[in-house]
Design a protein around this ligand. Structure first.
Ligand SMILES: [Zn+2]
Length: 117
């Protein structure tokens, strides 16, 4: 891996700060998903059949959300882990530079626009 990046110090700082913001936001929203994923109480006399079905439907939506959150969390963590060895901004597929314009929109992107399938 090269020790110099095509990104400026300012750009790197900005992207790292954005990733840290996204990480905090994601961790907060994952707590909400945790609540939604709690097992449904079977003995809920106050809860009607309809709202129980709502709860189950919510849970399946929440499971889909949780899967996306887990993927995003690992992408953000991996992106942040690439800063110390100056590998951030390098495509993990072709090793080429990822344009700042792309990172600005998707700071957690591990590959360049040409390598995204
Ligand atoms: Zn690439």
């Amino acid at each position: 891996m090269t020790s110099s990046s095509h990104l400026s110090r300012d750009q790197l700082d900005e992207l790292q700060a954005e990733l840290e913001r996204q990480l905090r936001r994601l961790q907060k929203s994952m707590k909400v998903t945790d609540q939604a994923l709690r097992p449904v109480e079977l003995d809920q006399s106050a809860v009607g059949r309809l709202s129980r079905m709502d709860t189950l439907q919510n849970q399946s939506l929440s499971r889909g959300l949780r899967e996306r959150e887990v993927v995003q969390l690992s992408q953000i963590r991996e992106a942040l882990a690439r800063f110390p060895d100056a590998a951030y901004g390098e495509c993990t597929v072709c090793g080429g530079p990822i344009r700042f314009e792309r990172l600005f929109v998707f700071p957690e992107a591990p590959e360049c626009a040409g390598c995204v399938t």
